[in-house]
Design a protein around this ligand. Structure first.
Ligand code: F6P
Length: 752
């Protein structure tokens, strides 16, 4: 309405002014036309009657002249007519004359310009027509026309013109309003595209909108200003701690609810011999997110997989955790064996896991598994909606178990801010293309507002895959994907660990840890120990690592009996055949190597294929001279970072696979190709012989990096970006709803 008035009122004013100026002009013109017509008519009459009048005058027949004149006066527009033989004579007249005196008086009323005379009888036109010729003049014929019909006609014309202008005004106004509305919508959509960062392209037909070209950079600048005004100054120099993260939550996100969704739960309740025990799973994801949730006090939705999980939850399937000092809610989702088999073991871990890890294990794709994957994603989407306390929560979706979840949440809660983090590598487009449901997976992930990977390489692979597989627009400058009229920002967020590490994990002294571990395994106090800590997974390169130990002993026999490698391998995904085979292979390898060096007093390899709680894992980190991380492919690998965090004595050497995300952040480790046994053996040798000074220098650099780039920074950066998106979305909402109130607009798409 406001918009319509804004267009109609000025338009009507312009039209009124136009009418005011034009009408007198038209009036004037009409009068002139009529005067000209009457003059012509009068000349015609004069020419017609001049001969009879002249001869009648010559014969002195004044009554005859009057007779002729009366014939002329019959005309309704002729008011009067007179013959003036000379100026001094008295006119011979018929009809009514305005000045019935002398001929000169009558003639003086005529105006050569044809102006109308106003007389007591009304408006008159007096025209004088000389009779005879120039040489022999014979007096004048004077015609007096009644001009009152002109003003009557003129009034009618004004009325018609008035109606014409009103009609014209209304039509033009309506057309203007319609065009303005349409083009305003176009502008608003263009603005929205700009605000979403879609540059100058229209989402629908993907063509450039040149009218926005000059505006684009100004608008972006404005948004940047607004954002930077709100962004904590010197974010890079912030010391990222739980308090800093809390500040981000309070100030940037105004204490908004944070919901985390993962398959693995942070605390597992198991029935044990002594009652219910609580376990912390061996999971990088849990290691990273748990301190974040303790800080954010949100809700973590996960599969309740423990044997006693159901026994401890409330009627809403929730339990406060950590058990000793609850600070956030764990909402458990129950799955049947069939659902777990298809979703977790099947599609997630026999399909997507090998697909994304280049570890030379073929992915297996079964339709039944896919169906369970879709079904379980839906179950979790429902749980998110149930747990959401508003229509715009911040949902942090974790990992490859939930590729479809972002889209499902977006459909149910269009205003949610969905940040998805993919904890494992993303393969190249050719590798990903073998998945029969590749398009559905990409469509699901692109329901996210932000999609995070550990490394830029994986971000690149993802956008390349989207480019290859979907009708989407990829902007490589801003690293955004525009798909289904919404935008997903693809970003690198290298995951990390809590810093400083929890005090209880490092409270036992390094000397004590060394002594305890050696005693536990019957090793002498001065024995050199290497450690590996992994889930018992074929991607972790455990076989390769143990072969490197064997090669070291082959090449450097002085270590036989003096060096033992302790491998902690947490049982995982046991019902998958590939894992079974792998674990059997590793056990056999350990037996073979130990047998080969059976003559030594102490075994080269100790394999601990049990679950170890974090405190126990840290004890091994602190007890070892060297830690080996030899993944064949790994998104990040937090064991590498944990080992560094555990070494507050600045000792110990990290041997790290070049195929981990961590290798990009920790170049002070000895970086190796795990497939090259000789290189790995040489790295072990270098590590075991590394002088203390060098160990200290390398360890300090790595520790300072992890201290700075800790997990609070990882989460903080994602949440700051999420907050920025929410602000943008609000700004856009204001822009759109100001002129298009909610309900009169097409739905706001994907700006969260
Ligand atoms: O880091 C990759 C990851 O698959 C996580 O998603 C998961 O929590 C962890 O490894 C352990 O795997 P799982 O949950 O299958 O035991």
């Amino acid at each position: 309405m406001r918009l319509s008035l804004r267009f109609i009122i000025p338009l009507l004013i312009v039209l009124a002014a136009f009418a005011y100026a034009v009408l007198p002009l038209v009036d004037n013109l009409t009068v002139r036309w009529f005067v000209r017509d009457l003059e012509i008519r009068a000349s015609l009459i004069a020419n017609t009657v001049q001969d009879p009048i002249r001869s009648l005058f010559r014969s002195g027949d004044h009554a005859g002249i009057r007779q002729v004149l009366m014939g002329i006066a019959q005309d309704e527009r002729v008011y009067g007519v007179a013959y003036c033989p000379s100026s001094e004579a008295t006119p011979i007249a018929a009809g009514t004359l305005p000045s019935p005196g002398r001929c000169a008086d009558l003639e003086s009323l005529s105006d050569p310009e044809g102006h109308i005379v106003t007389s007591p009888q009304g408006p008159l036109l007096v025209s004088v027509h000389p009779l005879g010729s120039l040489e022999v003049p014979d007096g004048n014929l004077i015609l007096v026309h009644d001009m009152s019909f002109v003003s009557r006609r003129s009034q009618e014309t004004r009325l018609y013109l008035f109606y014409l202008f009103v009609g014209l005004g209304v039509t033009v106004s309506l057309l203007t309003v319609i065009i303005a509305q349409l083009s305003w919508r176009g502008w608003v959509q263009g603005m929205r595209a700009l605000l979403r960062g879609e540059g100058l392209l229209r989402p629908v037909n993907q063509r450039a909108a040149p009218e926005f070209q000059p505006l684009a950079s100004d608008l972006r600048e404005l948004i940047r200003d607004i954002e930077s005004g709100r962004r904590p100054r010197n974010e890079d120099h912030l010391t990222w701690s739980p308090e800093a993260l809390r500040t981000v939550l309070t100030h940037e996100l105004r204490g908004q609810q944070v919901i985390v969704v993962s398959n693995r739960e942070p605390y597992i309740h198991m029935r044990g011999r002594d009652g219910i025990e609580v376990r912390r799973p061996a999971s990088g994801l849990v290691t990273a997110l748990e301190p974040i949730m303790r800080t954010c006090s949100g809700t973590w939705i996960a599969h309740g997989s423990g044997s006693a999980d159901r026994d401890v939850v409330d009627q809403h399937n929730r339990i406060g955790v950590p058990p000793d000092a609850p600070s956030y809610q764990l909402r458990r989702v129950w799955l049947t064996e069939e659902e777990e088999a298809g979703h977790y073991y099947g599609f997630s871990n026999e399909g997507l896991w090998p697909l994304c890890h280049i570890a030379h294990v073929r992915p297996t794709f079964r339709t039944a598994d896919w169906e369970q994957y879709v079904h379980v994603n839906r179950i979790f989407a429902r749980a998110v909606v149930e747990e959401s306390q508003s229509n715009d929560p911040i949902v942090l979706v974790q990992d490859y178990h939930f590729a479809l979840l972002p889209r499902m949440i977006r459909d149910a809660l269009p205003n949610a801010t969905i940040v998805t983090f993919w904890h494992i590598p993303w393969p190249n487009p050719e590798a990903f293309a073998i998945c029969p449901w590749r398009e559905q997976l990409l469509d699901g992930l692109l329901g996210s507002s932000i999609l995070g990977f550990h490394t830029q390489f994986h971000c690149n692979n993802f956008v390349d895959t989207v480019d290859r597989q979907l009708e989407a627009r990829v902007d490589r400058e801003t690293f955004t994907v525009s798909y289904r009229s919404a935008l997903t920002s693809v970003k690198r967020y290298p995951i990390s660990i809590e810093w400083p590490p929890p005090a209880h994990l490092v409270e036992k002294s390094v000397a004590q840890c060394r002594a305890d571990v050696r005693r536990r395994h019957g090793l002498p106090e001065d024995h050199t120990v290497g450690v590996g800590v992994d889930r018992f997974d074929y991607t972790k390169g455990i076989e390769e690592r143990l072969r490197a130990v064997e090669r070291l002993l082959e090449l450097q026999p002085q270590w036989v009996g003096r060096f033992t490698f302790i491998q902690i391998a947490a049982p995982t995904r046991a019902s998958i055949e590939e894992y079974d085979h792998y674990q059997l292979r590793v056990h056999a390898l350990v037996d073979r190597v130990n047998a080969r060096f059976g003559h030594a007093r102490y075994p080269p390899i100790i394999l601990l294929s049990d679950h170890h709680e974090p405190v126990s894992v840290y004890e091994y980190y602190r007890a070892a001279e060297v830690c080996v991380v030899s993944s064949l492919h790994d998104g990040m690998n937090l064991v590498a970072k944990e080992f560094v965090a555990a070494r507050d004595d600045d000792r110990g050497v990290l041997v790290l696979s070049q195929f981990t995300g961590a290798a990009r952040e920790l170049p002070e480790a000895i970086i190796v190709n795990p497939y090259d046994a000789d290189e790995c053996a040489a790295a072990l040798q270098a590590a075991l012989e590394m002088p203390d000074r060098e160990q200290r220098a390398r360890m300090r650099l790595m520790r300072s990096l992890i201290g700075e780039f800790n997990v609070f920074r990882w989460a903080g950066r994602m949440l700051i970006d999420a907050a920025g998106m929410r602000r943008r979305s609000r700004l856009l909402d204001r822009l759109v709803t100001r002129d298009f109130p909610r309900g009169s607009q097409p739905p706001v798409d994907g700006l969260q």
